[in-house]
Each structure stands twice: as C-alpha cells, then as structure tokens.
Design a protein around this ligand. Structure first.
Ligand SMILES: NC(=O)c1ccc[n+]([C@@H]2O[C@H](COP(=O)([O-])OP(=O)(O)OC[C@H]3O[C@@H](n4cnc5c(N)ncnc54)[C@H](OP(=O)(O)O)[C@@H]3O)[C@@H](O)[C@H]2O)c1
Length: 320
C-alpha cells in the first residue's frame, strides 16, 4: 500500500508534501525506474534540477505514471532549479523554458535559484560540474535574478518560486527589495547540521525550509571519510531510538527533520530504502528524543561548496 506524506501550505497558498524524493545522482534508466517506484510507494513530491541532467527522465516517469492512471498531474509536486550560470536576468526565461521542456509535464510546481552564487554564462550545455570544478564567477545581484524569477510567475507555467543555499542576510535582502517572498529555502539539513537557527528565521517569515542531503550523504562519506562528516545513520543514539520504534536509523532521521519543521528530500534508487524513507508518519519522537537528536548537531556541512568559497556571495561565511 502506498504511504502518502501530509502537506504543508506554502506562503502563497499552494501545498507541498512534507517529504520528497531527491534525484541527484539518479543515473539514467535507474532514474526512471526509481521515480516510478517512488510514485508507486506514495511519493508525491520530486526534487530535480537542470544541473542534475535528469529532468527528462523525471518528466518521463511522471508522464508514464499519469498514463497508467496511478496519478493525475495535480497529485504530484515537482521542483527544479535555475543553475548558477543562468543568473543574468536576460537568461532566466530561456533557462526556465529549457527545464520546462525537459520535464514536459504542463507546469512546474516550484522553481528555485540553485544558489546565491552567479557564474559566467558558458553555453546551455553544462560541462562536468562537481565539488572540484571552479567556473568563472559572475557578479549578478541576487535581487536582479529574483526579479526575473518573479516574472516567470506571470507565464502560468510555474506555481511557486524559491531559493536554495541562501543565508539569512541574502533572504532578508530579497524580502526588502523584491515583491514576492520565496516559498522555501532549500538547504543542507540533517542531524549533523540541523539548521535550527535558519529554520526559526525562516519560520517567522513563513518560508519553509526544505532539507537536502537529509541522510548526510552516506555515499560521499564512504568515498572520503576524512573530509566528509560521518552521517548520523550509524550513531548509537539514533540506533537506540530506531530500535524502540522498530524503525531504521534513516527513518528516525527523516522523522526528526519533519518534526523540527523541515521538508526532507532523501534520494534513494533502492526500492526497499525508497519505501522505508516515506514510512515515517506512524510514529512520533518524544521531546527527549528530539533533544537527543539535537545533540548530534556539529554544524559541519557535507556540502560546503568549498571550491567556491572565494565567491562574493558564498553563503556559508556567517552562522546561518
Ligand atoms: N539544492 C542543492 O544545492 C542540493 C544539494 C544537494 C542535494 N540536493 C537534493 O537533495 C537530495 C538528497 O540529498 P543527497 O542525495 O545529497 O543525500 P541524501 O539523500 O542524504 O543521501 C543519499 C544517499 O543515501 C542512500 N540512502 C537513501 N536512503 C537511505 C537509508 N534509509 N539508509 C541508508 N542510506 C540511504 C542513497 O543510496 P541508495 O540510492 O542506494 O538508497 C544515497 O547514496 C538530492 O538528491 C537532491 O535532490 C540539493
């Protein structure tokens, strides 16, 4: 039986399921199958990005599930993101059009600025981009990009706009100088960096925090245990809570993130973990257990974007 996540109402009235499927590193083919399996499992919120180069597969999987009669378009909430190379206001509409056509699902629920750091436009085909690539920086004001994002709302092709990897000062600038509020700020959030202060800042502004890398990217830790902080999945305190509820450590972490008010978007291409990750709505952590989970916060990022640290809009120099 599918399990459905409850929804949160965004500051513009649209509703977003409080748990979504991440798709970074969802490989070709595997991506389509994983997304279809996720929809069968009950996921109604999918997070992609132009950068991930899998918008076409995400769109195809959704269209196939609509054709099978499993969902209707309006049942599913799809997020994609404007990559840093396309922040010049004159590029935003074309960048959006490309994501819109890649997905080909009639409209996009949520379009995010992927970060506050603009890079020089270098063509629409992105070369290899990862934590080691340092593109040429550009100096586009986030306010100018955001105003171009606001104009997209007039096309009717996107329902909500938001930001990702913004710090509190960058959000405050948008609020002071622009008309529309972001509905969400998507940031790294897991027990190792629980973002309590940023969550509270955003809560007061009616901006939802979406939690990326909610499981602390165990795959990155395995590859580089020296640089990447150890995810909480193996922590004995998390394991003890998991045993009490007959749940897995991953489920306890995701439940914690929902209870502190965020919307986690765990990525899995594994059918068993996919199902486990959404099966978190039949138990509740006690106040003491939340405090125990809070105790795992070190503030260390799994996704620090170190290679772009010299960018003038690098967001992580301040505490939140
Ligand atoms: N806005 C941004 O800048 C930004 C940055 C990073 C990520 N994101 C978004 O956030 C999503 C999630 O973050 P992420 O992919 O970086 O990290 P994550 O979701 O914390 O971790 C994903 C890894 O955990 C494994 N996994 C999944 N469920 C598990 C479980 N229950 N127990 C143990 N391992 C489990 C997955 O492997 P299997 O697939 O084999 O299960 C995968 O290797 C991304 O996919 C992307 O959509 C956004």
């Amino acid at each position: 039986m599918p399990i459905f996540a409850p929804t949160v109402t965004l500051n513009n009235g649209h509703k977003m399921p409080v748990l979504g499927l991440g798709t970074w590193l969802s490989r070709e083919g595997e991506g389509i199958e994983a997304i279809k399996a996720a929809i069968d499992a009950g996921y109604r919120h999918i997070d992609t990005a132009y950068l991930y180069r899998n918008e076409k597969e995400v769109g195809q999987a959704i269209r196939e599930k609509i054709a099978e009669g499993v969902i209707k378009r309006e049942d599913i909430f799809v997020t994609t993101k404007l990559w840093n190379n396309f922040f010049e206001p004159c590029k935003v509409a074309e960048a959006f059009k490309r994501s819109f056509e890649n997905l080909d699902i009639g409209y996009i629920d949520l379009y995010l600025m992927h970060s506050p750091m603009s890079f020089k436009f270098d063509g629409w085909e992105l070369g290899h981009v990862d934590a080691t690539t340092k593109p040429e920086y550009a100096d586009v004001d986030i306010v100018d990009t955001w105003r171009a994002m606001e104009e997209l709302l007039n096309t009717g092709k996107v329902r909500s706009i938001g930001v990702s990897n913004f710090n509190s000062e960058q959000i405050a600038r948008i609020l002071q100088q622009c008309e529309m509020k972001p509905v969400t700020n998507q940031v790294e959030c897991n027990p190792g960096i629980n973002q309590r202060k940023l969550i509270e800042f955003c809560r007061k502004l009616d901006i939802v925090v979406t939690a990326y890398s909610p499981l602390g990217r165990p795959n990155y830790y395995e590859m580089d245990p020296v640089k990447v902080p150890k995810p909480a999945l193996d922590d004995p305190r998390v394991k003890a809570i998991a045993e009490k509820y007959n749940k897995t450590p991953g489920q306890v972490i995701l439940r914690y993130l929902v209870e502190i008010g965020t919307v986690p978007v765990p990525k899995s291409s594994n059918p068993v973990r996919l199902r486990q990750n959404i099966d978190i709505f039949d138990f509740q952590l006690t106040k003491e257990e939340i405090e125990t989970m809070d105790g795992l916060n070190t503030g260390k990022r799994t996704v620090p974007f170190h290679v772009w640290i010299s960018h003038k809009n690098y967001p992580f120099h301040i505490e939140f």
